[in-house]
Design a protein around this ligand. Structure first.
Ligand SMILES: [Zn+2]
Ligand SMILES: [Zn+2]
Length: 348
């Protein structure tokens, strides 16, 4: 089968790989669509995330590694002892790997597992024609959810988890910093959660126009206007600011536009530490919180997609074939800031 395999920084090759072998208690998936994520770009451009020296403690795998953690597909085979999943099921994959035994897993917070990992970073992933996964990772899609939408369940789960973990109340005013795929999906999640006004901040006018189409009440181009005074003039202050950009200026601005008692919820992965004005936080009694991935939320995300309350297909800006993932995916996303989610056809 064809697979996009990470060998090192700037070295991803689409090559022939052995079909994965199914064993008892496992599920074989023929993949359909897989999204390219910011963390895939970190792995490609900076070599971040994929174990090179030591194998992952739970998966026993290290580079070379097949990438891809946001994917959908069709079940082709189930191993002995697997119940409730049949060949032919259309599914979205929840890619988290966790031990089930540590303190955090025991209380159900498996995204905080001491050995947490992801299929596509710590085990062979979805940028391949076939992948073998555990039954707990398999979530069936109802008939009115497409396989393309199925590939968006994972990033939508990131956004919905952040919104559900935030202080957002129905009727609140929110700001979303960063109109990339996660920012756009956060707009959809905040809208579904009852935000009354949603301000979206970015430096790309194209991305901002997209945000407007999917439900932003106001768009602010940080390259053209003063972000903080513009947002304060529009809203009199923000209840919850979602940081989906991951840089010092966006974080500082997110804190500055927040009302007293408000919150900054960090969703972006920051590559560097940031400075934080704790005195301002104190005076405003603001809180800063952060989330990693999600837990126990795929069924809710799939229902919100099925009921059209989260129309996730709107964030897709391009579809490419697996063979072209490097040039038309990883390389393009670095230069073309008009792109949001690029989906890869993994069985074209
Ligand atoms: Zn992702
Ligand atoms: Zn654990």
């Amino acid at each position: 089968m064809k697979a996009a395999i990470w060998h090192g920084k700037k070295d991803v090759r689409v090559e022939e790989a052995a079909l994965p072998v199914i064993s008892a208690g496992k599920v074989m998936i023929q993949t359909a669509w897989a999204g390219i994520c910011g963390s895939d770009l970190h792995a490609y451009h900076h070599g971040m995330g994929i174990p090179v020296e030591h194998v992952h403690p739970l998966t026993g795998q290290k580079a070379p590694m097949t990438m891809g953690h946001e994917f959908s597909g069709i079940v082709t085979e189930v191993g002995e002892g697997v119940t409730g999943i049949q060949p032919g099921d259309r599914v979205a994959i929840e890619p988290l790997v966790y031990c089930g035994e540590c303190e955090y897993c025991k209380k159900g917070h498996y995204n905080q597992c001491l050995s947490v990992g992801f299929i596509g970073l710590h085990a062979n992933g979805g940028f391949a024609e076939y992948v073998v996964v555990e039954p707990k990772m398999v979530h069936k899609l109802p008939e009115n959810v497409t396989l393309e939408e199925g590939a968006l369940v994972e990033p939508a789960a990131v956004a919905l988890h952040a919104v559900r973990e935030s202080k957002l109340q129905v009727g609140d005013k929110v700001a979303v910093f960063g109109a990339g795929p996660i920012g756009l999906l956060t707009v959809l999640a905040a809208k579904a959660a009852g935000a009354s006004e949603i301000v979206v901040v970015d430096v790309s006018q194209e991305r901002l126009e997209k945000a407007k189409v999917i439900g932003a009440s106001h768009i602010v181009n940080a390259a053209e206007v003063d972000t903080v005074s513009t947002i304060l003039a529009l809203t009199d202050g923000i209840d919850v600011a979602y940081e989906a950009a991951g840089a010092q200026p966006t974080f500082t601005n997110a804190l500055s536009v927040t009302k007293k008692g408000g919150q900054v919820m960090v969703i972006a992965a920051f590559a560097k530490p940031v400075e934080i004005d704790l005195f301002q936080m104190m005076v405003k009694e603001t809180s800063v919180a952060a989330t990693l991935a999600y837990r126990h939320i795929y069924p809710e995300v799939i229902r919100l997609i099925a009921s059209k309350q989260m129309d996730v297909a709107q964030v897709i800006t391009k579809k490419i074939d697996l063979a072209n993932i490097v040039e038309e995916g990883f390389e393009l996303l670095l230069t073309d800031k008009t792109q949001a989610k690029i989906l890869v056809n993994t069985n074209g």
